[in-house]
Design a protein around this ligand. Structure first.
Ligand code: S3P
Length: 188
């Protein structure tokens, strides 16, 4: 897929809403989101990064100093603000979907893409991560499975579902083609 590919050209001229990547921590939202933004020549935004910048603290520090509830409020503010700023590619934190206001804004203002990465693959990536405070609350596999159980039905409401293949280029191509199909279907 070259930069002047007609599918990419079509997406660049027709995408007027934010494309929001949702899914569990370690699903690849930031990595694939950056690649997608680059291919679409759109700005890439990351709600976790924006929360950290605004607070002047890391996610870990926010959780330990202020607790998860405060983090969720800051996350809601960051996501709603980004969604009001027009087209971009946005990678959200894995738990943002649990917030009703965020879900409503996703439905009204964005195209959502669920990266439905295999849980065993996620575990390989995040098992030893120090920057994921929720994983410190117990055995990482149990924590992840419990979180997924609570979130899965909300993730499933996404406009597009992608099963990452383990090959980022291939997954990127799948995302681009799915976005194209989605927009085409919408304009018929
Ligand atoms: C969280 C995921 C993290 C971050 C925070 C909470 C979650 O973001 O927002 O640690 O609840 O799943 P990533 O999904 O980018 O890791």
């Amino acid at each position: 897929m070259t930069s002047s590919d007609p599918v990419l050209e079509y997406l660049r001229s027709h995408l007027s809403q934010p494309v929001v990547l949702i899914g569990m921590m370690g699903a690849g939202k930031t990595h694939l989101g950056r690649k997608l933004a680059e291919a679409l020549k759109m700005e890439f935004k990351d709600s976790d990064k924006i929360v950290e910048e605004k607070a002047g603290l890391s996610i870990n520090e926010i959780f330990t100093q202020y607790g998860e509830e405060k983090f969720r409020a800051a996350e809601q503010n960051a996501v709603l603000e980004i969604l009001s700023q027009g087209a971009c590619v946005l990678a959200t934190g894995g738990g943002a979907i649990m917030n009703e206001h965020v879900r409503t804004a996703f439905k009204d203002k964005a195209i959502t893409v669920w990266l439905n990465t295999d849980i065993q693959e996620i575990l390989k990536r995040v098992r030893h991560a120090k920057d994921r405070p929720l994983l410190k609350q117990g055995d990482p596999e149990t924590v992840l499975k419990n979180l997924l159980k609570k979130r899965e039905n909300f993730y499933r409401e996404a406009d597009i579902e992608i099963k990452p293949t383990g090959n980022a280029e291939e997954t990127l191509k799948n995302m681009i083609n799915s976005l194209y199909e989605y927009l085409k279907a919408d304009t018929v």
